[in-house]
Design a protein around this ligand. Structure first.
Ligand SMILES: [Cu+2]
Length: 284
């Protein structure tokens, strides 16, 4: 285990022992939470580790600068230093305060770009789901499983059942099997506005843009319930279009598929929002 990994898991263990994170079975925001939700995908684990590394670096830099300031205020006060030096240049120091920050930035940039690349490039996916942002709900499609689609609307406060989460619960959830690489293609209704599909525990956040198809991916390593929200300020009901992803066993997924095909396949076909990539004039 590298020092970075050791630090990351150390901080994660500390967070868990302080009760900063919710139960593993439901990754959702908790009152007074300060850290990330526990990572459910390899990418989110790396994001958390990278964040922890950054925290160490900025803490050291901040302490160093504060220390320097305090020393300068004390050492060069008018009382201790009545006749100021008239020095204006010091070649060694000027090179040092240029080169050292550059080295620090390179040290940060290398893992940062590597992680950006791994989260951006979709590995060989087991299947694809499509998320379309509407005003104001999400629509999901399973093109590799018969192409059924359904709308996912927030459960209003009055309809919440005991234990359900306010502003996060939906009527129809996304269901995926554990350990599978899922490609998510994301867009918004052609006559709509920008949204963003985001699930913090997966380390996934991608814009849903009318007329454009974005893609991202995740591989959930633990079964459970994962909540997210639209993360692009999209309009009056921006706060009311949550995302819920249930990660289940392969058997439970197949059972859900059979049920979902029956329930949703009969629905009238929705206009294909991918077609808007063509040169067809955009409806106003
Ligand atoms: Cu939105």
């Amino acid at each position: 285990m590298s020092a970075r990994n050791a630090l990351g898991s150390g901080l994660a263990a500390l967070g868990a022992s302080l009760g900063l994170h919710g139960a593993a079975s439901a990754a959702a925001p908790t009152p007074w939470q300060i850290g990330f939700q526990p990572a459910a995908t390899p990418i989110m684990r790396e994001i958390t580790e990278f964040h922890n590394l950054m925290l160490v670096i900025i803490t050291l830099i901040t302490l160093f600068v504060i220390g320097l300031l305090i020393f300068v205020i004390w050492r060069f006060s008018e009382k201790r230093n009545p006749t100021p030096s008239r020095t204006t240049h010091n070649t060694v120091i000027e090179i040092a305060w240029t080169v050292i920050p550059v080295l620090i930035l390179i040290f940060i940039a290398v893992p940062s770009f590597a992680l950006l690349y791994r989260s951006d490039v979709v590995p060989k996916a087991d299947f694809t789901i499509k998320a379309t942002g509407h005003q104001w709900y999400w629509e999901y499609e399973y093109p590799d499983h018969g192409g059924f689609s359904f709308d996912s609307n927030m459960v209003e406060d009055a309809d919440l059942e005991p234990g359900q989460k306010r502003l996060l619960e939906v009527d129809n959830r996304v269901v995926v099997p554990v350990g599978k690489t899922v490609r998510v293609i994301v867009t918004a209704a052609p006559d709509g506005v920008l949204h963003a599909w985001a699930v913090p525990a997966f380390g996934v956040k991608i814009d849903a843009v009318p007329g454009r198809l974005n893609e991202t991916w995740f591989r959930a390593e633990r079964e459970g319930t994962y909540y997210g929200q639209c993360s692009e300020l999209c309009g009056v009901r921006h706060a009311f279009m949550p995302i819920r992803v249930d990660v289940v066993s392969e058997g439970a997924f197949q059972a859900w598929l059979a049920e979902a095909r029956r329930e949703f396949a009969g629905a009238p076909a929705l206009p294909d929002t991918t077609a808007m990539a063509s040169n067809a004039p955009r409806p106003r």
